[in-house]
Design a protein around this ligand. Structure first.
Ligand code: NDP
Length: 306
């Protein structure tokens, strides 16, 4: 299969590409930078969709970029880098005379309102309630194909929690304070911490790229990209501290994170959602990393030597 991946040069993309190439698939990246094995977004808009069987969009300005101050300019970049790239791909797919059989978008669990009790599955109703949930709404809407194109193309939306893995994402940013003995629960620590290992997210994307075995729906299939075992931020912090043999006594106050990151973005850390991968499990996907404790494999593999 030939697969086109918007934003494939990033953390999740690198894992996905390795997995797809390992299965014998051909991959082309869409990037802002030209290079071998790549096309640019401008080339997609002018030249249309290259011939491919599967399309994925992973493009997006990093929400947790510590170098960027939370302001309207950054928020605009967060939205446009996701919504405009997704819309460009949806238009190119709909206009293609040889369309792919699958179109997969990766968004996030920020659509579900943080709550200590409510459990969310892919069937849960939600309405936007803050900046990030509004972003998810616009992002997923931008991916929708017109009815005539949707008849023949499998549309999938995957909503991951924090993606853990050695080469990037949340883990990379967390390791330094932990190694310095400054890691601690964030805010109250009681908030759920929906997470997924990067190889499982890549696995769910790869599965979603396969042609559908059931009749196609005009609506996208949604899969929650979270590990089946739910942890709180406190439990996750303890596991990580234990593996790194570092103390985790010092809680990081919510107001500090609000000030440093901006309260609209700090909610990713200080609040959380109890998200269940109900349909992901029903689809037959077998998680490699179900639980943080699984032989301590998930953290050890990514923490490496301390
Ligand atoms: P990365 O931060 O690694 O970025 C992916 C790619 O997006 C980059 O390699 C870059 O490609 C492209 N990109 C960055 N900024 C812009 C921009 N301003 N305009 C256009 N393209 C841009 O993302 P991840 O791989 O970690 O995540 C993939 C997707 O999954 C993202 O949409 C993210 O929001 C979502 N997600 C990630 C989570 C995580 O914990 N990592 C959690 C939940 C959702 P290039 O430089 O080649 O153009």
């Amino acid at each position: 299969m030939r697969v086109l991946i918007g934003g494939g040069s990033g953390f999740v993309g690198r894992e996905l590409i390795q997995m797809l190439r390992g299965k014998g698939h051909e991959v082309t990246i869409i990037s802002r930078q030209p290079g071998p094995g790549r096309i640019t977004w401008a080339a997609l808009e002018s030249g249309g969709l290259p011939h491919c069987e599967g399309v994925v969009n992973l493009a997006g300005e990093n929400i947790m970029n510590p170098m960027r101050w939370w302001n309207n300019h950054y928020k605009k970049d967060l939205v446009s880098s996701r919504v405009d790239t997704t819309r460009a791909l949806a238009h190119a797919i709909a206009a293609s005379t040889t369309p792919p059989h699958s179109w997969v978008l990766i968004t996030g669990v920020a659509c579900y309102k943080p709550c200590l009790q409510t459990q969310y599955t892919e069937d849960s109703e939600w309405v936007p309630f803050d900046f990030l949930s509004q972003l998810v709404k616009e992002w997923e809407e931008a991916a929708r194909l017109p009815e005539n194109a949707a008849k023949n193309i499998r549309q999938v939306v995957i909503r991951p929690g924090a993606v853990l893995g050695r080469d990037g994402g949340a883990m990379k940013q967390m390791l330094t304070p932990f190694r310095l003995g400054l890691g601690g629960p964030l805010g109250s620590g009681r908030q759920p911490f929906p997470w997924i290992h990067v190889s499982d997210l890549a696995g769910i994307i790869a599965q979603s790229l396969e042609p559908s075995r059931s009749p196609l729906s005009p609506h996208p299939e949604v899969f929650n990209g979270v590990a089946p075992s739910l942890k709180t931020n406190f439990e996750f912090t303890k596991e990580l501290g234990h593996l790194l043999k570092r103390p985790t006594m010092f809680p990081v106050p919510g107001f500090f994170l609000d000030t440093m990151l901006g309260s609209e973005r700090a909610v990713i850390l200080t609040q959380g959602q109890r998200v269940i991968p109900k349909r992901t499990l029903e689809s037959g996907y077998k998680f490699q990393y179900q639980d943080l404790r699984m032989g301590e494999k998930v953290l050890k593999a990514d923490v490496g030597s301390t």
